[in-house]
Design a protein around this ligand. Structure first.
Ligand code: KG4
Ligand code: ZN
Length: 343
């Protein structure tokens, strides 16, 4: 089965063609980072307009590179939420139109389910069941993944997402957007232990997390230093990264202990962070477990994870996975992953 995947929930236009028989995957991506950089964050209307311009050329590019025609597509998977309503509507509009024209099913995909299943595209891939740490710009969740579609929320951030904390810390340190990779790089030249920032909720009995207090602590630390002092800024970045890594690692280890599972799957943009990977690998392997990541280019938003999640849904639910004819353009800007049946 060949599934075309379309992702347009935020600031990346992603398209992919996944062939379930051969495992072949061709994907193409356009990042809007340059478009939004001047504003320090995503401007929804600009994002939607850019998706409109990019999507059809990217679909043509993917088909050409995979040596396929439109008629070779067996199904179309599209991100239906969560995300920016206008941006989601662009992808869903194109998917609905293409599905109608080709007479092929359209499968609405939950963006986080795409992230969650993306490590299954790596080699080696984890086997169900596993614990998933989803760390993106909008979400920070620990989930018990029993099988595709069966997700139990173990804990989540009560305020800011980890990615959001990275982005805000970058802003406070005068770094660019998106902040995660820049803070991570600056932290590498910072001295460990010069400054110690709080690790909110690290010892709490639950698997919930909180990052807004850490953000305030960064602000206080930034206000105390001379902005021209590069090494002091690097020390703050280092202290911030160390605190985030400690909290995420402690909670992930607790989640494995509570569920009795050994496999941890990390997904979402912050999962690309090298310090987090090192911390998780060390802590989980020391306890006899193993950590799995998506292929590096599939950590942040992309069409491949949507094509794959759509395929998994079709394989599991058949025609039941497809969009009902009554609401071909229904998008879900807010959509609870543990509530997928409501989609
Ligand atoms: O999953 P993603 O691409 O988009 C969402 O669905 O949110 O995640 C984007 C987030 C941003 O907050 C970005 O700063 C963060 O992931 N990020 C990183 C790194 N690469 C991306 N955070 C820390 N270290 C990185 N290397
Ligand atoms: Zn994402």
């Amino acid at each position: 089965m060949r599934v075309l995947g379309i992702e347009s929930s935020c600031d990346e236009t992603g398209v992919a063609l996944y062939d379930s028989r051969s495992g072949a995957l061709v994907h193409a991506l356009h990042s809007q980072v340059e478009l939004h950089r001047a504003y320090g964050g995503v401007v929804p209307e600009l994002a939607s307009r850019d998706h409109v311009q990019r999507l059809l050329p990217l679909i043509n590019e993917v088909l050409q590179r995979s040596g396929c025609q439109r008629r070779d597509i067996d199904a179309i998977a599209v991100t239906a939420g969560p995300g920016l309503a206008g941006a989601l509507l662009v992808g869903c509009g194109v998917a609905a139109g293409l599905g109608f024209a080709l007479g092929k099913p359209v499968v609405p995909v939950h963006h986080l389910e795409g992230h969650l299943l993306s490590p299954l595209l790596a080699d080696p891939a984890p086997a169900f069941p596993f614990v998933s740490l989803l760390v993106s710009g909008g979400h920070t969740q620990l989930l018990q993944v029993i099988s595709p579609g069966q997700y139990v929320l173990l804990g989540e951030t009560l305020d800011d997402a980890a990615g959001e904390a990275f982005d805000k810390t970058a802003q406070m340190l005068g770094l660019g957007y998106p902040g995660g990779p820049e803070v991570s790089q600056l932290a590498m030249v910072g001295a460990p232990g010069t400054l110690r920032l709080p690790r909110p909720m690290i010892d709490s009995a639950t698997l919930d997390m909180s990052f807004s207090g850490l953000k305030t602590a960064v602000l206080t630390a930034v206000q105390r230093i001379d902005p021209a002092n590069a090494s002091a800024r690097a020390d703050i970045a280092r202290a911030f990264v160390d605190a985030v890594v400690d909290v995420l690692t402690a909670k992930a280890v607790q989640a494995l202990a509570r569920t009795g599972l050994k496999q941890l799957v990390v997904a979402g943009g912050v999962g690309a962070n090298v310090q987090l990977r090192a911390g998780l690998d060390q802590a989980v392997t020391a306890r006899g477990g193993r950590v799995y990541y998506p292929p590096p280019q599939l950590c942040t938003d992309n069409g491949a994870m949507i094509a794959y999640a759509g395929y998994v849904r079709l394989a599991r639910d058949g025609a039941g996975a497809t969009r009902s004819g009554a609401h071909p353009l229904r998008v879900h800007p807010r959509w609870d992953l543990c509530d997928l049946a409501a989609g």
